[in-house]
Design a protein around this ligand. Structure first.
Ligand code: AMP
Ligand code: MN
Ligand code: ZN
Length: 944
């Protein structure tokens, strides 16, 4: 650091200290008890949840772990619904006729003064014993969410025909598992009203899963009732009025007020009777419809089915790519009236983001809700006024909250909150450091709050936050494992720039040529090539030159407006759809190629909707989310991403790729590409590799073969694993599989490995970026390579590079035309085996790169064998698509696509998507213009 800088910082610190002293005294006068700026308010404020010992959903960024049943078979690392089979069985084989007959015995029972308050474990056990004998009981829960990050269940109401029970789930928090068996018992029907949230809350707090549910709200839906609120049902069926405003009370308070007790009991007490009434109506209607062939029990079954579908939901923690990101975006759209703020300055946007991140970390740390820590309106106001000293900051917040809530309806909310007050110093530095790296600021902040002698108390809620900070779901941060961070960052930046230069699209992707229908209506935008195609065939005439526009001379099959979707007539901007970056962009495939390539042809025809432009950074974020989601898909469908041969036999077939030969774990196993590249490297350079490297690669192959010792034959067979028959044929045609026999994996060139032994393993310090074709670029950190050079490797989507094979893609310019198909792209993508320690290329050449053999190896393989495709995605994508098609047909594929769009939207929060872009996009549109044009196979069906 320069001396001048040091002085500047010292001055800044001194003045900050002076200001905070000033502020503290002034502020104390206003809110005496709240403002203890020197220590965290939690040192004196105790919250009931801090007594919980068993917290299933903590405030860390880690995924929520669902209950794992001992009896479950596979599920080594799965996070599935533990009772999914039971619930599915229930949905498929409902016994409603038998079950629901029981309800005829239920009468309306007035609510007397007698109820059972359950707050001890022994009482809870008694209750469990009582409930197990029931055929049905009613349930409702009350939550507390203001003074907790994820919220917790403060009260559970259970009513049987005889009794109303109120469970103090704060006192009983750690013991509530006692009730799990009753809730999971399929022979006992649980009646809820509007169970969607309750079902998730019970999972989140107690690992309680509901099996056999009757949801009175779902029954209302099926019966097409004018309303489906509980208040309506209570009124209509029981003549009871209820004040729903009470649901917003602080349900932590003890004892509960008489009013709250009354409210809580009412929510469960009448439910059984209401259920009985609704079931009678369902049955009545079914009887009336029984002339209809499948009318029997139709509505009753439907109500039961819809109810139990609710039970299949799984609680998840919200995931965002950076803490506070989604809140910031919601503030932009709600408060700063812009599509990501064309009207809002970058500085203001940055400040909003910083404040949202700070708020979220503080909320997680202190287990408070976001709105308790700092309101949205306060964030907007601060970002607008940019107050710098503590007094100003507090005034700005108080004023903003007052303006929004002049009646002081949220009177219980102190403004500014104790969190802000007791961490004002952080807040001030946040304002001042708004330009520096968020990651750095927040890791420092976390250390300060929770680290050794941290300012804030550690609790079950925030403990894992500190431990797992680096594991939070983002890949924007740079690895900060050791002290070489700066040089790393520098190197990373350099290679990023090179990457952008090499791989981003060289010319605008969207030419914005227009195509008009013969009646002059705009049909869509397209590129120059497409336009020329029409003109050459005299299917259209040029009506405008700059930018060019044509009018079709035939009537297209459909019009954009037919589909209620103006996506195709939007002029697409050549900017990153996520952040608006315009200087560079890459194509991003929202639906990963490994699935899409297996879709039926006609479902592939609407690619433009699902290919968007992203800048390198957003590309990285989107890609990481997609990779993560692939793992989830793998778990959900029980189709692993990776393959492993489990048969420990040399005679076993060499090409697995069948589900039975895989293990059902997402992590175990090897990705096919990883396996193939490792095998290839060993066959090629095994003899000349550093022993450590050879060992690593051997490990990979060994893992695939279930741990047994491997032979050269095994290596050769591994070269074909996961390839489609087509890929395999192509591979074999190139004559590779027969070329290895002369290679020995035993070391024989001592000189070379001595020379290379100092080179570090390749994959340790790499970061992954997506390339325009959806494959991955591994940016090796130049500081970790002997020769200080940048290079890139590309691997297939499912894998990470684990060999010193350097795989290079052709530069993006080679397939800049959007109409190139994935298959064409994979055809031109080549792998080059570059011995990285021997021969680092300065940059990937423009066209496909041939293999650069290590010099000592030069004659070993003839140059004409240099091009080799090791691509192919392994069986995962294909199996998933086949499964979906078989089980759910094309509708399933559309659903699947929507899911990927959702993943994309949640990961990147795109602010610049063309209007009309839609997660729900059906892909049904197929107006003439699209079906006509297909330069790839040159078939014209025009005027058909
Ligand atoms: P209920 O079963 O309708 O009493 O609602 C259960 C819980 O949901 C309540 O304890 C509240 O924590 C929460 N809740 C439901 N609706 C609202 C609302 N409009 N505002 C705030 N909290 C609500
Ligand atoms: Mn309730
Ligand atoms: Zn604190």
């Amino acid at each position: 650091m320069e001396y001048k800088d040091k002085v500047r910082i010292a001055v800044a610190i001194a003045s900050l200290a002076a200001i905070s002293i000033l502020f503290t005294s002034q502020y104390r006068r206003r809110r005496k008890q709240k403002c203890l700026a020197s220590s965290c308010y939690l040192q004196s404020d105790s919250k009931p949840q801090f007594a919980f010992k068993r917290v299933l959903a903590d405030n860390s960024f880690s995924q929520f772990k669902h209950l794992k049943l001992q009896s479950s078979t596979n599920k080594i690392s799965s996070n599935l619904h533990p009772y999914e089979p039971e619930i599915t069985a229930f949905i498929e084989n409902p016994r409603v006729e038998f079950e629901f007959d029981m309800y005829t015995s239920i009468d309306l029972k007035e609510m007397n003064d007698v109820y059972v308050w359950v707050e001890t474990e022994s009482r809870l056990k008694e209750l469990a014993d009582a409930l197990i004998k029931e055929r049905f009981f009613a349930v409702d829960t009350e939550q507390h969410s203001l003074r907790s990050f994820l919220g917790f269940t403060a009260l559970i109401q259970i009513s049987t025909q005889k009794e109303d029970y109120l469970l103090d789930t704060i006192k009983l928090h750690d013991a509530m598992g006692i009730l799990s068996p009753v809730f999971a018992d399929p022979t006992i029907c649980k009646v809820f009203h509007g169970a969607d949230n309750d079902v998730l809350w019970l999972q989140r707090d107690f690992h309680i899963y509901v099996v056999n549910l009757f949801d009175t709200a779902k029954a209302c839906e099926v019966l097409s009732k004018p309303q489906k609120s509980l208040a309506y049902l209570l009124e209509t069926y029981c003549g009871v009025a209820t004040n729903k405003l009470l649901q917003r009370e602080d349900w932590r308070q003890r004892p509960l007020s008489a009013e709250m007790l009354q409210y809580a009991r009412t929510d469960a007490h009448y439910l059984l009777y209401i259920a009985a009434c609704l079931i009678a109506e369902l049955k009545q209607q079914d009887n009336d419809n029984s002339t209809h062939p499948d009318g029997k029990l139709h509505l009753t079954l439907e109500a039961s089915r819809r109810s139990n579908m609710t039970c299949l939901q799984l609680y998840t923690k919200e995931v965002e790519d950076f803490p506070g990101e989604s809140a910031a975006l919601s503030i932009f759209s709600r408060h700063l009236n812009g599509q990501g703020g064309s009207s809002v300055s970058c500085e203001m946007q940055d400040l909003v983001r910083h404040l949202c991140t700070w708020r979220e970390l503080m909320a997680r740390l202190h287990d408070e809700s976001l709105r308790y820590v700092l309101s949205d309106q306060a964030i907007v106001s601060i970002a607008d006024k940019v107050p710098t000293d503590p007094t100003e900051i507090c005034d700005t917040i108080a004023q903003a909250d007052m303006n929004v809530d002049p009646m002081n309806l949220n009177s219980s909310l102190p403004s500014p909150s104790p969190v802000v007050c007791s961490h004002l110093d952080d807040f001030c530095s946040l304002m001042q450091e708004s330009k520096s790296n968020l990651d750095d600021i927040f890791s420092v902040l976390l250390q300060k709050c929770l680290g050794k002698n941290g300012s804030c108390p550690l609790s079950v809620y925030n403990y894992a936050l500190l431990a797992n900070y680096d594991m939070r779901p983002t890949n924007r941060s740079v690895s900060r494992k050791n002290g070489v961070k700066n040089s790393r960052q520098f190197a990373r930046k350099a290679s990023r720039e090179l990457f952008v230069q090499k791989f981003s699209c060289k010319s605008p992707v969207y030419h914005n040529c227009r195509i008009y229908a013969n009646d002059g209506r705009l049909l869509c935008y397209c590129d120059q090539r497409k336009l020329e195609w029409y003109l050459r065939r005299e299917l259209a005439k040029l009506i405008d030159a700059n930018p060019p526009a044509i009018m079709l001379l035939f009537e297209p099959k459909g019009r954009p407006e037919d589909e209620d979707n103006d996506f195709y007539i939007q002029s697409k901007k050549n900017i990153c759809v996520s952040c608006g970056e315009g200087s560079h962009y890459l194509r991003y495939r929202i639906i990963p190629s490994c699935y899409r390539m297996h879709f039926p042809e006609h479902l592939k025809s609407h690619r433009s909707h699902d290919i968007v432009l992203l800048c390198v950074d957003c590309h990285e974020v989107a890609h990481a989310a997609a990779e993560k989601h692939k793992k989830q898909v793998a778990v959900e469908f029980g189709i692993p991403l990776f393959v492993r041969k489990v048969v420990d036999s040399r005679e076993a077939p060499a090409l697995p790729g069948l589900p039975s030969s895989m293990i059902n774990a997402e992590e175990a196993g090897v990705s096919p590409l990883q396996l193939r590249t490792a095998a290839m490297a060993l066959l090629r350079h095994g003899s000349s590799m550093p022993p450590r490297r050879r060992e690593e690669l051997t490990q990979i192959v060994t893992q695939y073969y279930g741990g047994r010792e491997i032979t050269e034959e095994d290596l050769k067979r591994a070269l074909l694993v996961g390839m489609s028959p087509h890929e395999r044929r192509r591979f074999e045609k190139r004559g590779f599989s027969s070329k290895y026999s002369s290679y020995n994996i035993l070391p024989n060139n001592k000189k070379i490995h001595d020379a290379v032994a100092v080179v570090k393993s390749y994959n340790e310090n790499t970061s992954e970026v997506d390339t325009p074709d959806g494959s991955q670029i591994i940016q090796a950190d130049p500081t970790d390579v002997k020769e200080d050079k940048d290079y890139f490797t590309v691997t297939d989507n499912n894998s990470s590079v684990c060999s010193n094979l350097q795989v290079t893609a052709v530069s993006a310019s080679a397939y800049k035309d959007m109409n190139l198909d994935e298959n064409e792209i994979s055809d031109i993508k080549e792998i080059s085996a570059v011995n990285t320690y021997e021969n680092c290329e300065r940059s990937p050449p423009k066209e496909a790169v041939g293999i650069n053999y290590p010099r000592h190896d030069e004659n070993a393989l003839p140059e004409n064998n240099s091009k080799l495709s090791l691509l192919g995605h392994g069986p995962h994508g294909k199996l998933v698509v086949e499964h979906i098609l078989k089980e759910y047909g094309e509708h399933g594929i559309h659903q699947f696509c929507r899911r990927w769009r959702q993943v994309f939207v949640e990961a990147t929060h795109p602010r610049f998507l063309p209007a009309g872009w839609d997660v729900m996009h059906s892909g049904k549109r197929d107006f003439g213009e699209f079906s006509v044009y297909n330069p790839a196979n040159n078939k014209s069906t025009a005027k058909s």
